[in-house]
Design a protein around this ligand. Sequence first.
Ligand code: SF4
Length: 349
Amino acid sequence: MKKIAYFDSSHEMPLEMIMAAGFTPYKILGDVHQSNDPADKYLSSFFCPAARSWLTEALAHSQDWAGIIFAQGCNATNRHYDIWKVHVQTPFLHWFGAPLLDSASAKKFYRVELQRLISHLENQFDIKITSEKIKEAIGKSNEIKKKLQRLSALRAQKDIPNRDYLAAVIKCLTSPVDEVVTWLDSEITAWNSKPAFPVDKKRFLLTGGDITYVEWMDTLEDCGIRIVRDDLSVGERFFATLIPDANDPLDALMEYYMNIPRPATRPTIQKRLDYLYQALGETKVDGVLSQNVKFCEPYAYDSVPVNNALKDRGYKVIHLERDFSPAADQQLANRLAAFVEMMEVGNNG
Ligand code: SF4
């Protein structure tokens, strides 16, 4: 089954529409191991390096995709769309205007955007996207979300390396849906048979921008940190809630996408905090690790009020700005190791 790739700075793309159209949804995540030189011909280097990597991937691989959909997210989305229109070869390029707000008029607009996406897909690929097909896609999407909920809950109970969790979520966002459903079953069985959570690791919640490569998770591992909760889009935001039942599947999608835990690119900060408080209430952690990749303004700006609010509630919080590189960052590792050490001193003293 051919892929339709999507540019999504958060979890705004209604990928059930891609499934209902008979394609595999493929989230573009770039490749941190490849130089961004191809994208840098079109974008300044102070642009977010994650999104520049997505352009690099598209320039190299767009011929493998039946089309590309942009879901409105951070400011990078708009600028990239303008550039991709001209420089990325694809037979199908669509802008999905996911609204920033969740007001009554925004909900109305969301439905209009869903209809516009359906029409464009139907005309381009000579298909019919029926309500039944969308409902079937919603069913499969919910199946994956439920299995990911079960899998991710094992992080706090079993010896699951940070990279294994991130690799699992990335697989779910980039692989054929039916393959993912079967694979998740075997992964849940495998994780369940792992040893108990290691006594020498600290439990952390990870918040901020998306981590898109497993090497960064290894750095946390080396510092004695295990991520047991998160609010990332390549993470819990993707499966925290299920798509509700509704007679009209467009209403179900609208309700779902407008009520998932909020990223920094959507108001309000309080709504983003609500999910963090909920996660921290459900799972006991030793600390909170907040981070953003360099030049990511939404998460950098948001981190100050979000982290202050968490500190006010007594949580131990560290914020880091990181590079977009698979190489181990020793300065960052030193800061994290010192933070963990201070926790131990605090606990013992
Ligand atoms: S890392 Fe930040 S700036 Fe880059 S795409 Fe994501 S939200 Fe946008």
